[in-house]
Design a protein around this ligand. Structure first.
Ligand code: SAM
Length: 273
């Protein structure tokens, strides 16, 4: 692209995201009104409103219940200034708690294990992970403002559920961070493309080979780069399924169901079904 085309694209992108920001600040009552079916029918045709119909700007039921903030859509460059899609990093959008809950309930006893959300954003899956007896619940994201929000959410969850394992988020590039434990459940909700996912795979394989990790489970929601893990001789699929959103979450995300794939390291792989 030449300089003037690049500048035009940059201006267009900035205008688009400031308009989206304006829509995002509309009060919840207005957002709810936009979802009334007669309004929605016409609203969906207005280009700038289309993103509203992802459902991500409404106050999600989990936030309404807990008082947390896990909503919105943030392209990484809008919160980091760099690290945009040209580097393979994808935007923040929270996944549905019901899907995470269902996926984690497939893992059997998770006590002694460490949950890590690779690209944790505001920490919605970490909140769900605190419902399970993990030894630690950690998240990593390149976007510092999102990590700050995740840690504020962590304080809210800790006050509300003092008996649960505390969750904690860190600013880091997932492809460079050290792995924090020997027994890991690595969670992904579409944080980046195949190139960075291949780096993650190499990192996991090296850690399994030199026993920095003894046990690994990968839970991947919206698995656009599933082939990367399928090609690993050190991993085997445990399960692959489509899970519907809980009825209370319909309209709070762009889909109605979500694909989930789970892999285990070959030493701990039960048969795929
Ligand atoms: C689709 S969001 C998922 C957020 C959260 N896991 C969830 O499910 O609610 C993807 C997140 O990955 C983060 N991300 C993208 N590239 C990353 C990288 N290289 N290292 C760490 N985080 C990254 C983005 O900032 C964004 O918050």
């Amino acid at each position: 692209m030449n300089t003037s085309a690049t500048l035009k694209a940059e201006i267009k992108r900035r205008v688009k995201w400031s308009l989206i920001g304006a829509v995002a600040r509309l009060p919840d009552s207005v957002q709810t009104l936009l979802f009334v079916s007669s309004v929605r029918k016409y609203g969906k045709r207005v280009p700038i409103l289309r993103v509203v119909y992802s459902g991500c700007y409404r106050t999600h039921p989990i936030d309404r219940t807990l008082g947390t903030d896990t909503g919105g859509i943030y392209p990484p460059e809008s919160v980091t200034g760099t690290n945009g899609p040209e580097n393979g990093n994808l935007p923040y959008m929270g996944c549905q708690p019901s899907i995470v809950r269902h996926a984690l309930s497939q893992l059997g006893d998770v006590s002694g294990r460490t949950f890590i959300d690779i690209g944790c954003g505001k920490g919605r899956p970490m909140i769900v992970a605190t419902e399970f007896p993990f030894d630690a619940v950690l998240g990593y994201d390149i976007a510092a403002p999102l990590v700050d929000i995740a840690n504020r959410n962590a304080e809210i969850v800790a006050r509300r559920f003092p008996g649960r394992t505390a969750m904690r988020a860190f600013v880091d590039d997932a492809t460079r961070m050290p792995l924090p434990s020997k027994d890991i459940v690595a969670f992904f909700f579409n944080p980046f493309g195949a190139e960075l996912m291949a780096i993650m795979r190499q990192k996991f394989e090296a850690a399994l080979a030199d026993h920095t990790i003894e046990r690994l489970t990968i839970v991947y929601i919206y698995p656009t780069c599933a082939h990367v893990y399928d090609q690993s001789p050190m991993l085997a699929r445990q399960a692959s399924f489509n899970t519907p959103y809980a009825p209370s979450e319909i309209g709070y995300g762009p889909d109605l169901q979500q694909e989930v794939i789970i892999w285990n390291d070959a030493r701990h792989a039960p048969a795929c079904h």
